[in-house]
Design a protein around this ligand. Structure first.
Ligand code: ADP
Length: 287
């Protein structure tokens, strides 16, 4: 659905290049994530992909066409939800969506339906000026879906949302994928990357260091161990680790379980995407 080859970009007037030759491909119906700290180049890449920034190096094809060769009809096929909400503040949420819906030539969704998807149905007739930041983010997501886009670009889609609404947006994105929508999401939130993305690219300082499925990365970098915490004979908390492979035949593990000591916890020692990010890139995500 999206093919990016050797993408470079320098902001006009800037002395340094921002993107240093990015390669990636996104398949139809895939949720692909750009995970990286702020300033890494995530938004810049998205702005190039949606045609907002033009003087880039390299090649980009979206839906089989060079991105530069698409005209206004490009926006009939893509949906964009960026971090900075841009709505008509004096209009209600419903009026905003009715207006944006009228700009599209093709088939569109019922505004009330998309407001319900993002949990704003009860606020449909409130002026956007009275919306919280999180409500505006959700309205932005609703707006990006109004015209059945084939490709959805989401920039920090759960930014400023409480856990319940963040869950709602993540579930919505997963539902859209089931319907065949391709999603390109940028985030510095490793939970978003981990829970949503089929594949994730680690980006720092305009370079991609890794592209893979979160589960594959966790298998590759995690320890395949089980840690058992138990209360030993002197009433102290003790712990032992055992290899996950062959656990059922591991005499030491079985002896511990049968020892009569009180077992407090048993956990596999998977690593988090954030730990892998730090290990691979040498940078923290929350910069
Ligand atoms: P991210 O989305 O990962 O936080 P950005 O793509 O916004 O990162 O920014 C990448 C780099 O480009 C940063 O160093 C930022 O300062 C720089 N940058 C972003 N926008 C502009 C601009 N309009 N002009 C010059 N430099 C910019």
């Amino acid at each position: 659905m999206i093919t990016v080859r050797d993408l470079t970009f320098t902001y006009p007037g800037a002395s340094e290049e921002t993107l240093h030759g990015l390669h990636f491909e996104i398949a139809e119906g895939e949720i692909f994530g750009f995970l990286g700290p702020s300033g890494a180049g995530k938004s810049t890449t998205q702005k190039i992909l949606i045609g907002l920034l033009k003087e880039y190096g390299g090649t980009i094809e979206v839906m089989g066409r060079d991105v530069g060769s698409w005209g206004q009809d490009y926006y009939q096929h893509i949906g964009v939800s960026f971090e900075l909400p841009n709505h008509y503040l004096k209009l209600t949420a419903l009026e905003n969506l009715q207006y944006f819906r009228s700009l599209y030539a093709g088939d569109t969704r019922d505004p009330m339906e998309v407001l319900t998807w993002v949990g704003l149905d009860a606020d449909a007739n409130k002026k956007v000026a009275d919306f919280s930041k999180g409500m505006k983010v959700r309205l932005n997501v609703a707006r990006s879906l109004i015209h059945h886009p084939k490709v959805l670009f989401l920039d920090e889609p759960t930014s400023g949302l409480d856990p319940v609404n963040a869950r709602k947006i993540k579930d919505l994105v997963l539902d859209l994928r089931e319907q065949g929508t391709t999603v390109f999401v940028t985030t510095h939130n490793m939970m978003v990357a981990d829970e949503l993305c089929d594949r994730v690219a680690f980006i720092t300082a305009g370079n991609i260091s890794v592209i893979d499925a979160p589960t594959t990365l966790k298998k590759q970098y995690g320890k395949r161990n089980v840690r058992v915490e138990y209360v030993n004979g002197t009433e102290e908390l003790a712990q032992q680790e055992f290899p996950l492979d062959g656990l059922g035949d591991n005499a030491a593990f079985l002896t511990l379980l049968q020892s009569g000591h009180r077992i407090e916890t048993i956990h596999t020692q998977e690593t988090t995407l954030e730990n892998i990010f730090i290990e691979v890139t040498g940078e923290a995500l929350r910069v």
